[in-house]
Design a binder for this molecule. Sequence first.
Ligand code: MRU
Length: 339
Amino acid sequence: MTTGREPLRPVLYDDAADRVRLLDQRRLPDEERWLALETVDEVVDAIKTLAVRGAPAIGVAAGYALACAARRGAGPRELAAAAERLTGARPTAVNLAWAVRRMSARFADEPAALLREAHAIRDEDEAACRRIGALGAELLPREAQILTHCNAGALATAGYGTALGVVRSAFEQGKGRMVFADETRPFLQGARLTAWELHRDGIPVTVLTDGMAGWLMQRGEIGCVVVGADRIAATGDVANKIGTYALAVLAAHHRIPFYVAAPWSTVDLATATGGDIPIEERASDEVVMLAGQRIAPAGVKARYPAFDVTPAALVTAIVTERGVVRAPHAEGLRALARL
Ligand code: MRU
């Protein structure tokens, strides 16, 4: 089902110019515009403004930002301060803090070692996504009609994707029939990013607004749900894009399997339960404005928790590159941690 195009990799490093290159996700699908960033603060801003987004992808971008700073002369103290600013850019996705921690262990080394570490973070994430894809596809039925939420694709990772890695692998095996993509806010990631990257690969995709899933489930048009994750607590509770919890409740009601696909770097055994996961609150304007236009009356404010938590009890299986975890999730995660 693939078109044979170059695999999509949204975060790169320009070795010759020492710059972090990001495919600007705010411009897709209209324009494939690459940013070339030279400072940590430019990368922090790109993460905050969603030029790069998706838990693993922002971790990869942070790794390259720190390598870039080191190669441009920053010493351990400056790198430590930069690490803090990067970690604070988005609090829910643990991959960001994880990648920064991994880089921090190299701050005293020569700059080349930091770049090697950042490349390793990227390469390992893409390899993890491919393994997750293969393991997840085994769980799906033939002729799968798959619902996904937001974008947990190549664009949200180093490449290939987590939830969309499962989708890609299923379609490569001739197992898939249709992918339904929930649009999500603040800039309609599902409609713009998931639809763009699947369409680019020749995978059939239908866009849904966020409230449609229940109706389609009731009509038997959705066979399973596959989503990504921003953080998985020790209990197996899963933080992901706001709206994911509602889908999990709907899936349970309709007895549809609900799968979470994420690399091991998303599993945070130091966070005991879903209730301990910090949830990013974004600006009201990202809801009351759409594409630069105000859509709610002036003076009206919105809430915007960017993520929610799905209790482990609603998760049929968590698919990581280390293996697949089912209930009791906490026990399964502990077993994979020992590998
Ligand atoms: O706010 P976003 O667009 O960064 O939210 C993205 C998600 O919630 C993804 O599902 C998650 O980061 C996993 S990406 C593989």
